[in-house]
Design a protein around this ligand. Structure first.
Ligand code: HEM
Length: 195
């Protein structure tokens, strides 16, 4: 509203302060959503298709019953080849993890892709299993910074994989793919396919 949610109170100032976003905040929020929302979804799509091409048995299974398998397939593709491999955290309290004391103030790098292949948590972690039911992967992170766009990403991926499976039943890999450099963001530079 023109008044802002805090109208009448101390925080009800107009013109870009208090409860209202300033123009700068709106622009940076749009940039955040575009960056956060676009690249990871693109990479999830490329990595996911590559994983399918490399496992023709699983791809055939998905082509045979896309509607039944897509929900678990999307989760499994995110687990199997995680688009965002690493995030950092600053430790607020001393904590012991796996026998190692991590002191308050430390900066830790969380390897999400590694956690997603943890044999202590996932049965046959290096196997792509599109029907995997017990799949608490960390592809969208965890805790208070859990991906804001996860529900949208899940919809996008199910829609795009479903559409390509239906409309391009012969889709196949035609060349070895090229990866982007770096390991924090894991994605393809290009994926050559034939119809
Ligand atoms: C397959 C697609 C996506 C993947 C794999 C992904 C992954 C992630 C991960 C791992 C984090 C956690 C970062 C952390 O723990 O610090 C995150 C945070 C975030 N994601 Fe996504 N994301 C995806 C799509 C999207 C989309 C579509 C949007 C928005 C339209 C989005 C918006 C955000 C935002 C705003 C945050 C920050 C949340 C916070 O710090 O509280 N993401 N995402």
């Amino acid at each position: 509203s023109d008044e802002g949610a805090g109208a009448g109170g101390a925080s009800g100032a107009r013109g870009g302060s208090g409860d209202r976003l300033t123009e700068q905040e709106m622009v940076s929020t749009c940039a955040l959503l575009l960056n956060a929302g676009h690249e990871a979804s693109v990479n999830a799509t490329g990595n996911g298709w590559l994983a399918l091409f490399r496992d023709p048995e699983q791809l055939a299974r998905l082509r045979a019953e896309p509607d039944a398998l897509l929900p678990t397939a999307v989760e499994e593709l995110l687990r199997y080849d995680t688009p965002l491999q690493m995030f950092e955290r600053w430790v607020l309290e001393d904590i012991e993890i796996g026998g190692t004391v991590v002191p308050r103030g430390s900066e830790v790098a969380l390897l999400l892709g590694s956690a997603n292949r943890d044999p202590a948590r996932f049965r046959a972690p290096d196997r792509l299993d599109l029907a995997r039911a017990d799949n608490p992967h960390l592809g969208f992170g965890g805790g208070i910074h859990y991906c804001l766009g996860a529900p949208l990403a899940r919809l996008e991926l199910a829609a795009s994989f479903g559409a390509l499976l239906r409309r391009a039943p012969g889709l196949r890999l035609t060349a070895e793919p090229a990866w982007q450099p770096g390991y924090v963001i894991r994605g393809l530079r290009e994926l050559h396919v034939g119809l």
